[in-house]
Design a protein around this ligand. Sequence first.
Ligand SMILES: CC(C)(COP(=O)(O)OP(=O)(O)OC[C@H]1O[C@@H](n2cnc3c(N)ncnc32)[C@H](O)[C@@H]1OP(=O)(O)O)[C@@H](O)C(=O)NCCC(=O)NCCS
Length: 179
Amino acid sequence: MIHIDAEKPQDELVRDALLDRAFGPGRHAKTCQRLRDGREPAEGLSFGAYHAGVLVGTLRFWSLQAGGRDALMLGPLAVEETHRTFGIGATLIRVGLARAAELGHKGVLLVGDEPYYTRFGFSKSPVQGLVMPGPVDRARFLGLEFEPGALAEAQGAVIATGKFTVESTLGGCDRRLAA
Ligand SMILES: CC(C)(COP(=O)(O)OP(=O)(O)OC[C@H]1O[C@@H](n2cnc3c(N)ncnc32)[C@H](O)[C@@H]1OP(=O)(O)O)[C@@H](O)C(=O)NCCC(=O)NCCS
């Protein structure tokens, strides 16, 4: 029995290990990571899939501006290899998108495989005028609007707007001061 819930702070190490297995060591070099570095995920939009209390799937969303409009970035999404093709990834996305819409967000961007994400309504057209902060394969740069036109005419840079993490706020300061 799989249970989707808000991600728990104590799952951080398990989540990181799951992401390392799913994406490999190069995951931190991706352009999407530039929009997550030093930022907290969007409020109320970090989800875990739990099997007998163990995290087997993860999905988070991030706050950004896309051509001057508030939006979210979806990802990373990963499901433990032993638990794939049972619909956990789709459930995480559907729960996450529904919650994002309830919270009043207007649109979502992602970089991912179009054949997987079209089933949720993502397509290339809403993001045509947007520029990510690094190289991306435009065929994998996709968007979804909760309100028609929320992103479609947006032009310009995609920039992170999420709350800074405590670590990034401290910057070069002695981290022992935070203890
Ligand atoms: C992508 C991923 C999250 C899907 O999780 P999941 O729980 O297996 O997803 P679902 O059960 O909802 O969907 C499975 C279906 O999606 C298909 N699918 C999975 N990855 C796909 C991809 N990259 N492109 C197209 N289809 C894909 C599967 O073949 C399966 O098809 P079926 O329903 O016809 O059998 C999982 O495969 C994973 O963690 N992959 C490694 C990390 C990754 O690629 N994340 C997405 C980054 S964009």
